[in-house]
Design a protein around this ligand. Structure first.
Ligand code: AMP
Ligand code: MG
Length: 403
């Protein structure tokens, strides 16, 4: 059975191979969070546009502001003030954070390091040339490319675009990801299930995960465990950029997803991964579209989405596949697991000092979303480990939505 990292690489390889130019859309900077940029953004002028004071204090000639010196204060410069006059020798100017430093001043002395005697300002420390000044053009030159196609727009990138006046941004369209749950026992979430039925929670978690990954969910409802119904709804799903199914990929008599996909011409790259939960996960290409058959147990669906579907959505968005959000943590409770599969166990991570601490939560297995709702990560137990001791360094997969 394939290791989850190999399975993930396979997804990246196969989806990456078919990566074509994405259709684009113009998005306003207010609405572009999470989109992938499809254009270059350049500066409209130098940044900062003037020598900028980073402190409230006095603009000086550093050679004059020596310990014990007294300089006459010739006025003040506020942020936004137009500064035309150069600093006269033997004087200083009171200056505020964000204001332009006048010509001939080469340092700003923090107000805390001065004292005032009427018109005079006394200096207590040596001033270094350049201190507390960000020189004009030192962050970016004029017409410099500051954002490139393929980057995902987060709050910093959006602020940068806003700073240079790039209000409308050419972005890749979000990939449309069809979501199809399967199972005769599954009912709509607004219906009262019969005593042995369950509501379709997977379509809801998958839609949320698609959104977080940068895709546009297209929820197709539920297919019964019948070849015709599955075939029809899969056909519909293949009109989108990718199709994600939940359920119907295990060994049961009514697990028909793989065989229906096969009959529709799918080529599979894996149909089992050495993980728990999520072992029966399937990935293939069908009629040119990536198709994922995720096991139906809710936590299995969630874990396998993060491992295998999220990188495909990155690629389909025109970005690079992001690495898994794995961090090292210190185990605070010893544990035992059956070896052979890599386990992803609901766990709680706490930041205590330099090294975070993690503890697996007691749970009822891969159907237990009650416990998962209390977890902020998955503790990754390697396949060859049967016992893990208190204090060991372990790997933790963060839940992107809550950490
Ligand atoms: P399956 O992978 O089809 O064998 O389903 C495994 C388990 O997941 C069963 O207990 C199902 O009832 C449950 N399950 C399947 N689909 C869903 C769904 N859409 N929402 C919530 N649970 C599901
Ligand atoms: Mg089923």
């Amino acid at each position: 059975m394939i290791h989850y990292e190999q399975a993930r690489s396979k997804v990246v390889e196969e989806v990456g191979k078919r990566k074509g130019p994405r259709a684009t859309t113009v998005a306003n900077v207010w609405d572009a969070l999470g989109l992938v940029l499809a254009q270059e953004v350049r500066t409209d002028r130098e940044y900062p546009p003037f020598d900028r004071s980073t402190r409230d204090g006095y603009a000086v000639r550093s050679s004059e502001a020596v310990p014990g010196a007294r300089l006459k204060c010739g006025g003040e410069i506020k942020a936004g003030d137009t500064v035309r006059e150069a600093l006269a020798s033997g004087t200083c100017l009171q200056i505020m954070t964000g204001a332009a430093v006048p010509a001939n001043a080469d340092a700003v002395v923090m107000i805390e390091h001065t004292c005032r005697e009427g018109d005079l300002v006394c200096f207590e420390q040596v001033a270094q040339a350049g201190q507390n000044i960000v020189p004009r053009g030192s962050e970016a030159a004029a017409a410099q490319t500051i954002l490139t196609p393929g980057i995902q727009l987060g709050f910093a990138e959006l602020a940068l675009a806003a700073q240079v006046g790039a209000v409308e941004l050419q972005c890749a369209q979000r990939p449309r990801v069809a979501i199809l749950s399967t199972g005769d026992e599954v009912v709509l979430i607004d219906k009262t299930p019969g005593p042995f039925q369950i509501r379709n929670s997977n379509s809801v978690s998958l839609a949320a995960q698609v959104r977080i990954a940068g895709g546009e969910p297209v929820v197709l409802g539920n297919a019964a465990d019948r070849i015709e119904d599955l075939g029809e709804k899969i056909e519909r799903g293949l009109r989108e950029d990718a199709l994600v199914l939940s359920g119907g990929v295990s060994m049961g008599k009514y697990d028909l997803v793989e065989s229906v996909l096969k009959a529709m011409g799918a080529e599979f790259f894996f149909d089992a991964v050495a993980i728990r939960p999520g072992k029966p996960a399937v990935f293939g290409m069908c009629q040119g579209k990536p198709v994922f058959g995720l096991p139906g147990n809710p936590v299995s669906t969630m874990v396998t989405f993060e491992l295998f579907v999220a990188p495909a959505i990155d690629l389909l968005s025109g970005a690079e596949a992001r690495a898994l959000p794995l961090v090292e943590a210190r185990l605070v409770e010893a544990m035992k697991e059956k070896p052979g599969l890599t386990h992803f166990l609901p766990a709680r991570l706490k930041w205590h000092g330099a090294v975070p601490e993690v503890k697996a939560l007691k749970w009822q297995g891969s159907g237990d979303i009650t416990t998962l709702s209390k977890a902020n990560c998955f503790l990754v137990v390697p396949a060859d480990r049967e016992k893990m001791e208190i204090g060991e360094s372990v790997s933790v997969l963060l839940r992107k939505d809550v950490v």
